[in-house]
Design a binder for this molecule. Structure first.
Ligand SMILES: Cc1cc2nc3c(=O)[nH]c(=O)nc-3n(C[C@H](O)[C@H](O)[C@H](O)COP(=O)(O)OP(=O)(O)OC[C@H]3O[C@@H](n4cnc5c(N)ncnc54)[C@H](O)[C@@H]3O)c2cc1C
Length: 287
């Protein structure tokens, strides 16, 4: 596979014609090293791969001599190497003679080969585990992340998925968003509850008003940050804008219906407040 080299500038990571703030590379370590020539700021040399071969075949060459000893998973040691052969009949509880075998170091190659492939396979050694720990400590530094089974535990689909989920959680589900919403809710609850005891304005008991205001502020905050768990920024932004529009319309309606404010004037006040919050977000977010 050809390599599109990644470069870096103050604007971000350049991949072809595109520029990204954050880069998550989900390619093998050897490919990452090539893609990031001149950008890589951490040591990936602890991750090694070997050229391995694999065959799907009908020849029971790697099965035990006695038929009754056949199992779905069969491992054979050849010198220093141990390779596995998967018997699909055993997996499915049938007699079918189809096998998937690692064949890199075998004394004999199978006949009746249905398909064969060569690929780079990670070699897991104690140094790999140490390298994984070093990488984990540096994950996300300067907005550069690595996903893939080689970054986490042993070589398996689960390791690969877990590595990606962890990065997604750290990038997307940042707890500070929840903390900001809950914090704003508590602050609004106190401000409302302490503003008057209800006898002056007839707006009801302080505890009730404070609780409703606090809960609604928290729900509103969470409502328009949750869409950003969607990976596609444009879709997330569309959802967030829709949620904010519904929130502003609801606040305008409540002010009009229960607080004797003309609808237009309520909408103007609420939208003005919303625009100020939005501009503040842009100013702080782009600083
Ligand atoms: C034959 C075989 C059988 C296996 N059986 C099992 C099993 O039964 N159960 C299990 O849990 N695990 C199994 N594994 C292991 C499992 O498949 C891997 O651990 C897992 O797929 C690794 O996922 P990954 O995302 O880290 O890497 P990969 O799935 O290898 O993904 C890396 C991606 O990077 C892409 N890429 C490479 N170079 C470039 C480039 N220059 N530019 C852009 N993209 C690039 C590749 O096309 C690929 O899509 C098996 C592996 C093999 C090879």
């Amino acid at each position: 596979m050809s390599h599109t080299e990644v470069t870096r500038s103050p604007q971000g990571f350049h991949v072809g014609a595109e520029v990204f703030d954050v880069l998550v590379l989900a390619v093998p370590a050897s490919v990452a090293r090539k893609l990031l020539t001149g950008v890589l700021d951490r040591d990936l040399s602890g991750f090694q791969e070997i050229r391995a071969t694999m065959a799907i075949h009908a020849d029971p060459i790697y099965m035990p001599a006695r038929r009754r000893d056949w199992r779905a998973f069969n491992a054979v040691r050849t010198g220093e190497h141990c390779e596995a052969s998967i018997w699909y009949g055993g997996l499915r509880g049938t007699d079918e003679q189809i096998f998937k075998s690692w064949t890199t170091f075998r004394d004999k190659q199978p006949s009746e080969v249905i398909a064969a492939a060569e690929y780079w396979h990670p070699v897991i050694t104690p140094e790999t585990i140490r390298a994984q720990k070093r990488l984990e400590a540096a994950q996300g530094r300067d907005d550069l992340w690595f996903a893939g089974s080689w970054t986490n535990d042993v070589d398996s689909q689960e390791s690969a998925v877990v590595s990606a989920v962890r990065i997604g959680q750290r990038l997307g589900g940042r707890p500070e968003k929840l903390a900001a919403s809950v914090g704003a809710g508590i602050s609004m609850a106190f401000a409302e509850a302490l503003s008057d005891d209800g006898s002056l304005t007839g707006r009801g008991r302080p505890m009730l008003r404070g609780s409703v205001t606090g809960l609604m502020t928290t729900a509103g905050g969470i409502g328009h940050t949750l869409p950003f768990l969607i990976s596609d920024f444009r879709i997330a932004m569309t959802f967030a804008v829709a949620v904010v529009a519904v929130e502003l319309a609801a606040i305008s309606f409540i002010r009009h219906r229960y607080m004797d404010t003309p609808l237009l004037s309520a909408a103007f006040q609420v939208v003005l407040g919303g625009v100020l919050v939005f501009l503040t977000g842009i100013l702080i977010g782009s600083s």
